[in-house]
Structure formats: structure tokens, C-alpha cells
Design a protein around this ligand. Structure first.
Ligand SMILES: CC(C)(COP(=O)(O)OP(=O)(O)OC[C@H]1O[C@@H](n2cnc3c(N)ncnc32)[C@H](O)[C@@H]1OP(=O)(O)O)[C@@H](O)C(=O)NCCC(=O)NCCS
Length: 160
């Protein structure tokens, strides 16, 4: 698929917000008791014919990169992989030795996707989403595959 990856810029704000809203209700992302406004993070987009088909936001700190959003509007066509490869390259070029991501227990697609890309389970935070809901009450009770959203799982990949 001829998507290309570019940095998200200020002019993308409206389109990116609409994507964030469709996946997470709004631009607020809660990860392990921290709350982020994704619109204020560094991000990349997958673009085809001037349309954004996927986004990924991340932060880099202390030589580690943390993925905070990754979403694909056309699953199963390589968009998520292209974004993941690019954010790993960005992290490597910034001198990072580790990249991580946190997802929830219901997100079986993401758990498979990241593991197929070399990520390993690194930590389980049981019932963490109960705390996340205090910061973002809109987090639904039921997630993918009808599974109650309850726990957070952190995956990591050593970069080389
Ligand atoms: C997880 C997610 C980002 C993956 O994005 P995607 O665009 O479907 O990713 P890809 O197409 O690159 O890969 C998905 C699968 O399709 C397969 N695939 C990739 N390119 C393909 C192609 N051209 N034809 C057929 N299959 C393909 C991959 O092997 C992959 O399989 P796997 O998940 O078993 O590893 C996407 O499912 C998503 O947006 N989920 C909702 C948001 C979310 O939960 N994000 C993660 C938490 S941050």
C-alpha cells in the first residue's frame, strides 16, 4: 500500500483530533496514572492521497521511547506496521535503547500485533484501569471482544 509516513503538524490538528475521538473518545490518553493530551505530543501520521490513515504519538525521555497512541483506520494493510517501524527509527536516531507501549487486557489485536513486532510483555498492572477511570471517566467498561477493560499491560522492545 503506498502510504507514506510524515510528522504530524499543527495543520493536522482537526483531522488528528477526529481520529483520536473515534478511538479514545477524545485527545486525553491515560497511561499508568499519567494523563496526556495527545495533541500536545510528538506524532507521526500515515498518509495516502492527502488523507490521514493512521497516527502514532510518542514521547522520548531518558533514552527511552514510549508509544502513547497508535491507531490505524484501515487495519490489516500494513499501516500500523509502517508507523511502528518509523517510530522505532525515530527512537533509535534519538539514541534510545528501549521502546515501550502500554495497552489494556481486552486489546488482543494490539497484544498480538506488538508481540509479532518483537515486543515482549514486561509488566502487568492488575485493575489499573479502575484508577485510569478516575482520571478519565469516559473509559468504557467493556472493550474489544466484549472483554471488561480492567488491567494494563506494558510491552517493551530493546532497540538495536
Ligand atoms: C493495533 C493496530 C494499530 C494495528 O494496525 P494495522 O494497520 O492493522 O497493522 P498492520 O496492518 O501493519 O498489521 C496488522 C496485521 O495485519 C497483517 N498485515 C500487515 N500487512 C498486511 C497486508 N498487506 N495484507 C494482509 N495482512 C497484513 C500483519 O501481519 C498484522 O498481523 P498481526 O497483528 O497478527 O501482527 C490497529 O489494530 C488499531 O488501530 N487498533 C486500535 C487502536 C489500538 O488499540 N492501538 C493500540 C494501543 S496503543
Amino acid at each position: 500500500m503506498p502510504v507514506h509516513i510524515e510528522k504530524i503538524s499543527e495543520k493536522d490538528k482537526k483531522e488528528v483530533l477526529a481520529i483520536l475521538q473515534s478511538f479514545w473518545g477524545d485527545s486525553k490518553i491515560v497511561v499508568q496514572i499519567e494523563i496526556f493530551d495527545a495533541l500536545s505530543l510528538d506524532g507521526i501520521k500515515a498518509v495516502d492521497n492527502n488523507k490521514i490513515l493512521g497516527i502514532c504519538h510518542y514521547r522520548i525521555s531518558d533514552k527511552e521511547c514510549e508509544i502513547l497512541t497508535l491507531a490505524s483506520l484501515n487495519p490489516g494493510q500494513g499501516i500500523g506496521s509502517a508507523l511502528l517501524n518509523e517510530v522505532e527509527d525515530i527512537a533509535l536516531n534519538a539514541g534510545c535503547h528501549l521502546i515501550s507501549v502500554t495497552t489494556t487486557n481486552d486489546n488482543l489485536n494490539a497484544l498480538g500485533f506488538y508481540q509479532n513486532h518483537g515486543y515482549q510483555l514486561a509488566a502487568l498492572y492488575p485493575k489499573q484501569v479502575v484508577i485510569s477511570r478516575q482520571l478519565k471517566p469516559e473509559i468504557p467498561e467493556i472493550g474489544y471482544h466484549g472483554i471488561p477493560i480492567r488491567d494494563e499491560l506494558r510491552l517493551e522492545k530493546v532497540l538495536k
